[in-house]
Design a protein. Structure first.
Length: 202
């Protein structure tokens, strides 16, 4: 995946939502206590099916997203949501505001932090959630079980989730890793993530 990132930078071409997820994943990789997973959407508008993807980000128990879209409300979301489900509900409202009906949300497996030393496929859609008044309750329960399986519901952004995700993915870290800056305060982390948002949206 690191090679894909380098190729995108070398080409310097306009990017779409999938490429933005790749870039955002690399830019946030140094923050070991920040968990990231792909979040895919399917929506319908006037009989047409549309697909989109962002990178969901969790830091110190708060969720947000990084991405790119022609709609400003369907990309970056601040780290202010208390759960992934709350973030999904925010996206559902944003889709409704632009005339789309959100029919499917699919979170993927957590992204690794060592892209250059870990050779593993990306699980883009690990769970499929159907939305709607009758299905939301079951989907919410399924999402909670999914997050627990990766220990992503651990409060205060502990490193346990990162270790558990790597074990679940059968990844093996080598001697090469992405340098990690020393960032201790939540405000500094938020500022660094905002910089990643801006870079991913260029």
């Amino acid at each position: 995946m690191g090679e894909i990132y380098e190729r995108l930078l070398a080409l310097s071409l306009p990017i779409q939502c999938v490429e933005a997820v790749f870039i955002a994943s690399i830019l946030t990789a140094p923050f070991k206590d920040v968990q990231r997973l792909p979040l895919s959407f399917e929506s319908k508008c006037e009989g047409h099916l549309y697909k989109h993807i962002v990178l969901a980000v969790c830091c110190e128990g708060k969720w947000g997203s990084l991405g790119i879209s022609r709609r400003g409300t369907l990309m970056d979301k601040p780290l202010s949501f208390l759960s992934l489900w709350a973030l999904i509900e925010e996206f559902e409202s944003s889709y409704q505001a632009v005339g789309h009906s959100l029919t499917l949300v699919a979170p993927g497996a957590p992204m690794p932090h060592d892209f250059y030393s870990v050779d593993m496929p990306i699980l883009w859609k690990a769970l499929r959630l159907r939305l709607g008044s009758k299905q939301s309750t079951l989907s919410k329960l399924d999402l909670e079980k999914f997050l627990q399986s990766y220990a992503l519901d651990v409060p205060n952004g502990t490193n346990k989730s990162s270790q558990h995700a790597r074990k679940r993915s059968n990844s093996h870290a080598g001697n090469v890793s992405t340098p990690s800056p020393v960032i201790t305060s939540a405000s500094h982390k938020a500022a660094a993530l905002r910089s990643a948002i801006a870079a991913a949206s260029l």
